[in-house]
Design a protein around this ligand. Structure first.
Ligand code: ACO
Length: 379
């Protein structure tokens, strides 16, 4: 066997999937065959959860059953709320999420994978993510923790736990679409981390912890927060040229929210988030300021990098949309995680139930072949 390393596991295939299909050249993203644009236009996050977990879009009855099931799990135990409330207000939000799912994993003693029970467990964890992320936001904002008051949809219930005031219908609608956009994306670093962990047959909450740990980094989900903070740093549309020249062209810093391992054209999700930011920008001056900065920066960077296949990815505009919804600048990555739990769990179930084999790659040893042990006083 000739051992070869694919740096960054580029073009290495880890599993087959019927979940998500990406055409990185044409800029197409489909969940189980449905185009992301159609799902965002016509679907709801709950329909997408059903699609990813059960394989098809639900009938009305199936959707109602799913919603009723999820409502039973929206709230988390007071023990978990108290643990989260003890973390410092300035703790990293994804770190706090890791704590929350580690607590849930601590309750999983001797988890046994079984297809029907797994789906139930996945629905429970997706539902619980709502209260976890919303209460992390509340804690970081200095607000008391709160139980979910059940509203019509996942998005509405979530926004309602986060904010202590009624949320306009249009905001609920945009939150719902953002949840759809981030629900899955084949096998990026976080999903791969979750797959590695679940391939040992550990429980699902533990695989979410692995997914979160990988998501946090600025090259992956952390870019959503970093991209928005770039716009804050730039401050004004008149500063975009000088900022770009100094940071990106002279200092060779990576532009956050740009570039992708799979897409060699604009990420289709980025176009949708851009549209939502543009809509928000008409009603909110601050959003408009960030939108103007972001679109000018996108033009400059596209001119500079398109010949290398580097374009805006999903994280470029999403932070502006979340800011428009009323969230603080540290929230884009936790909000990404909120819906990616669905994709992580759908992928780990697909792997464990259909293709299970422990993921255990090799490393090519390039160190010294053999050495004699030298006692410490003779080194
Ligand atoms: N800004 C400037 N240059 C870039 C960028 C960027 N955002 N992304 C890639 N490049 C350049 C690299 O410098 C490299 O140039 P070179 O060939 O001249 O050395 C070339 O493009 C290839 O870059 P790689 O790092 O090899 O590409 P890879 O596929 O490994 O990385 C990644 C993809 C991590 C997304 C990269 O594009 C990046 O760092 N982007 C910024 C962070 C980001 O937005 N991450 C979110 C990705 S989407 C998501 O996870 C949801």
């Amino acid at each position: 066997m000739v051992a070869e390393i694919s740096k960054g596991l580029e073009d290495v295939f880890i599993k087959t999937t019927t979940l998500t299909n990406i055409d990185g050249i044409k800029g197409i993203l489909r969940y189980r065959g449905y185009d992301i644009n159609d799902l965002v236009e016509h679907g709801t996050y709950e329909e997408v959860i059903y699609l990813m977990i059960y394989g098809s879009l639900p009938t009305k009855e199936q959707l109602n059953t799913l919603k009723e099931k999820m409502k039973k799990h929206y709230n988390i135990s007071s023990d978990l709320l108290n643990i989260l409330a003890k973390l410092p207000k300035n703790a990293d939000a994804i770190g706090m999420l890791e704590v929350a799912f580690s607590v849930l994993a601590s309750g999983e003693v001797d988890y046994k994978w079984k297809p029907d029970a797994d789906k139930e467990k996945a629905i429970e964890l997706i539902a619980k993510s709502l209260s976890i992320v919303a209460n992390i936001y509340r804690i970081k904002e200095g607000l008391p923790v709160k139980n979910a008051v059940i509203k019509e949809s996942y998005a509405e219930t979530f926004l309602n736990v986060c904010f202590d005031k009624p949320v306009p219908k249009e905001f609920v609608n945009v939150m719902d679409k953002a949840l759809i956009l981030y629900a899955d994306h084949e096998v990026p670093a976080s999903t791969t981390a979750a797959l590695v962990v679940s391939s040992t047959l550990t429980d699902m909450a533990s695989s979410i912890v692995a997914g979160l740990a990988a998501l946090k980094g600025p090259l992956h989900g952390g870019a959503a927060e970093a991209a928005f903070k770039q716009f804050i740093d730039i401050g004004n549309v008149n500063n975009v040229d000088s900022w770009f020249n100094k940071h990106v062209l002279e200092n060779k810093e990576r532009l956050m929210g740009f570039g992708h391992r799979v897409y060699k054209t604009t990420d289709p999700r980025s176009k949708i988030f851009k549209r939502f930011s543009e809509t928000f920008s008409k009603y909110n001056k601050e959003v408009d300021r960030y939108y103007q900065i972001a679109s000018k920066l996108e033009n400059l960077a596209t001119n500079e990098f398109s010949h290398k296949g580097i374009f805006a990815n999903t994280d470029f505009y999403s932070g502006i949309v979340y800011y428009g919804l009323g969230f603080a600048p540290y929230m884009p990555t936790p909000l990404f995680a909120l819906s990616r739990v669905t994709g992580w769990l759908a992928h780990v179930m697909e792997y464990v139930e259909e293709q299970e084999r422990i993921i255990r790659p090799r490393a090519i040893y390039v160190g010294i072949d053999r050495r004699d042990y030298v006692p410490i006083d003779k080194r």
